[in-house]
Design a protein around this ligand. Structure first.
Ligand code: LLP
Length: 436
């Protein structure tokens, strides 16, 4: 994908740079992001909306990978930004992201977080529940300010990869149930709160979705309600945010649609619904995370020890693991990998790639064919750009790897490697005196 290729030394190259040299320069493990691929993905979404002449916002779901540099890149590409915590908001502010293009999510935003958002003029707050709706109105009164909001609704559609399920009532911690009257009650309350401007509705039906049907059913269900509400309350949704969740290809088993196709089919359905109910076409907002950054990221590891379990399997261990990529352990997520320094060599053995954490479940890849590997070979695991660094942790007090952006033959360190000092920077000794 993107600018990845094999150079004449038989080495994997990304962004015009030899990954072996990147590993030497920055050490391993190392997250490498192909910046031009992120740009291509961002432009792809925007072009689809432009082509169909639909007013839109493409908000990057920064939970997938939130760092100052990534937020700056999202800004360069004219994206909006979805943040879900004070920390992601703080990152966006540090990156000087235009706050009117920030959308603030979360099912339990604190008073402090809401105040922070209002103080900085965040463009839209996606209100999740009644507690938040009332809290927001009272904070707005206190601060003598107004808030633009969307209401997050759960349409009773849940989508995963190939299937979606519809239920009368959604069993989810997120949002106002559309079917049982909660969403209607929230809409009425929001219309009455003087400090709150209700722009429209939001829903997010899942992640790593390969089919469009779930999105279309969600849109239909929302329009049925909007039609009822138009008649009873003269409420019109100026904005309809259909969330993120567009799938990507981690392995050959994954067959996502081209990103533009999700958007096209969604737009067509929304247009059809709007026409059917004689409503104005709303602005369409989406919130892709994984599909913007997932396949742009690769992780480089150095291979260390190996272990043969005769006639069962061979383990090869790398210098990272569930501390930099918890997805295999958490979701049985699957990845592809190659030996970056032997990229042209044929696969000769099937091995399983283990991490270095003290836990049997710390396996990155089971049973992958690779060329004969040796200590110090470089393993490149693909498609680690979303929810990799974002969910990295310090289990076993392993420092988090650095992040390098590569583009047009240049490498830029955008997150430095954690040091042992970083690991203990919050620790306090029991031998220190109070107030010390
Ligand atoms: N909008 C909302 C409200 C969301 O909850 C999410 C993801 C997104 C947008 C972005 O979804 P995406 O386009 O990235 O699929 N840690 C899991 C994924 C959790 C997704 C949570 N919400 C993983 O590693 O697969």
């Amino acid at each position: 994908n993107g600018t990845s290729k094999v150079n004449n030394k038989g080495h994997l190259e990304i962004g015009g740079l030899d990954t072996i040299e990147l590993a030497e320069q920055f050490g391993t493990p190392l997250y490498v992001y192909d910046v031009s691929l992120i740009r291509e993905r961002a432009r792809g979404f925007k072009q689809t909306f432009d082509k169909l002449g639909v007013t839109a916002q493409v908000a990057y779901a920064s939970k997938a990978f939130s760092t100052i540099a990534m937020v700056q890149l999202a800004d360069e590409e004219g994206l909006s930004l979805d943040v879900v915590s004070g920390g992601e908001l703080y990152t966006a502010l540090a990156a000087e992201f235009p706050t009117d293009r920030i959308h603030f999510h979360g099912n339990n935003k604190s008073k402090e977080e809401l105040e922070m958002a209002l103080k900085h003029g965040v463009g839209c707050i996606v209100v999740d529940n009644f507690y938040e709706l009332e809290l927001l109105q009272s904070i707005c009164e206190e601060m003598e300010t107004n808030a633009k909001i969307l209401l997050r609704v759960t349409p009773g559609v849940e989508a995963h990869t190939h299937e979606y399920i519809t239920t009368g009532q959604a069993d989810s911690k997120f949002g106002f149930d559309l079917q049982n009257g909660q969403a209607e009650k929230a809409m009425k309350a929001a219309l009455q709160f003087s400090k709150i401007e209700l722009l429209g509705l939001h829903c997010h039906i899942g992640s790593q979705i390969f089919e469009t049907a779930g999105f279309l059913v969600a849109a239909q269900k929302i329009f049925e309600k909007l039609n009822e509400w138009k008649e009873s309350y003269a409420f019109e949704s100026k904005v309809l945010n259909l969330g993120g969740g567009f799938g990507i290809r981690y392995t050959n088993e994954d067959q996502p649609l081209p990103a533009g196709q999700y958007v096209e089919e969604i737009i067509e359905e929304v247009q059809r619904q709007a026409d059917h109910f004689a409503m104005n076409m709303p602005e369409i907002w989406i919130e892709p995370g994984r599909s913007l950054v997932g396949d742009a990221g690769s992780t480089l590891y150095k291979i260390g020890s190996s272990k043969d379990v005769p006639s069962i399997r061979k383990y090869i261990a790398v210098d990272g693991g569930m501390s930099d990529n918890i997805r295999p352990a958490l979701y049985q997520a699957r990845y592809e990998a190659i030996l970056a320094n032997k990229a042209l060599e044929k696969a000769e053995e099937t091995v399983s790639v283990a991490g270095k954490c003290c836990e049997s479940g710390d396996m990155l890849i089971w049973d992958i064919p690779l060329p004969k590997s040796d200590h110090n070979d470089l393993l490149a695991v693909f498609c680690t750009g979303a929810y990799g660094y974002a969910m990295a942790n310090n289990y076993n007090r392993i420092p988090r790897p650095p992040v390098v952006f590569v583009e047009n033959g240049e490498a830029k360190l955008v997150v430095r490697r954690e040091t042992y000092e970083d690991l203990i920077r919050m620790d306090l000794s029991i031998k220190e005196k109070i107030n010390n």
